[in-house]
Design a protein around this ligand. Structure first.
Ligand code: ADP
Ligand code: ADP
Length: 228
């Protein structure tokens, strides 16, 4: 079942850069898709357009099964993880993860449970009262993942989330992400320029090329991991 469909998306920035040319892609529910390609091929641009953080110049993004708000945007069902953890340094881990819930109208108790559940998923429940500066890079990234998951989105969009981490931390986070995906059945779209990471993680790899950014091929991966 398709969850999101990119229909002939092109993006030209105001300085004339053609970041994406005629990209079409259908992502099915529960898929772990990576967008793989060299720097500058439009991966982030595509992800931001999927998230509604950027507008396509031409083409459409469709969410056939999602509920929409009055403005026609898919509601609260997307979690976004950026390459930089972008945590608020003055707020505790708890407060950072709670933030996306503040407009959700949950009771204090329910919001607290949600935050603690999200922190447990990423193994940081003991660090709720810590501040970002007290955490390692890997732990900060786990906090951003918890923050993206706290609204219980159906789709998790990740923009080179582990690129700034050392190899060992990165591999640990890859394993944890796979475990969570297998357990919870989200749809994940994962941007990377690492062939290894895309093969290791995803069920489908969308290969992109630059100048202009476009899709050149797709591969299904018969992963060694137990799925589902
Ligand atoms: P990737 O994520 O694959 O590295 P991007 O989507 O970030 O690629 O960028 C695609 C192209 O669009 C690049 O040439 C980049 O320099 C350009 N680009 C990205 N954002 C902007 C912007 N806001 N204004 C102008 N050009 C941009
Ligand atoms: P991870 O990828 O699991 O975050 P790290 O190398 O960042 O790996 O940390 C390994 C473990 O060391 C963490 O899971 C945590 O339990 C502990 N740790 C790291 N930094 C701190 C800290 N500042 N305070 C307490 N424990 C820490």
């Amino acid at each position: 079942r398709p969850i999101v469909r990119l229909d002939h998306i092109s993006k030209t920035f105001s300085n004339g850069t053609i970041a994406l040319k005629d990209m079409s892609l259908t992502i099915g529910e529960g898929e772990f898709v990576s967008l793989l390609g060299p720097s500058g091929c439009g991966k982030s641009t595509a992800l931001r357009i999927i998230a509604g953080l950027g507008e396509a110049t031409t083409g459409r993004v469709e969410w056939p099964t999602m509920s929409h708000d009055a403005a026609g945007k898919p509601e609260r069902e997307i979690g976004f993880v950026f390459q930089e953890p972008t945590l608020m340094p003055w707020a505790t881990v708890f407060k950072n993860v709670w933030l996306p819930l503040r407009l959700h109208g949950l009771s204090k108790t329910a919001a607290r449970e949600r935050v603690m559940a999200a922190l447990e998923m990423v193994g940081l429940e003991k660090f709720a009262d810590s501040y970002p500066r007290e955490l390692s890079g890997g732990m900060k990234m786990r906090v951003s993942i918890a923050r993206a998951l706290v609204t219980r989105p159906r789709v998790l969009l990740m923009d080179e989330p582990f690129a700034a981490l050392d190899e060992i931390t990165r591999q640990k986070l890859n394993d944890d992400l796979l475990r969570l995906w297998e357990q919870f059945g989200w749809t994940i779209v994962f941007v990377t320029h690492s062939v290894f990471e895309s093969v290791y993680l995803s069920s489908r790899i969308v290969i992109m090329a630059a100048r202009p950014g476009r899709v050149i091929d797709e591969l299904s991966v018969d992963a060694p991991h137990p799925r589902g």
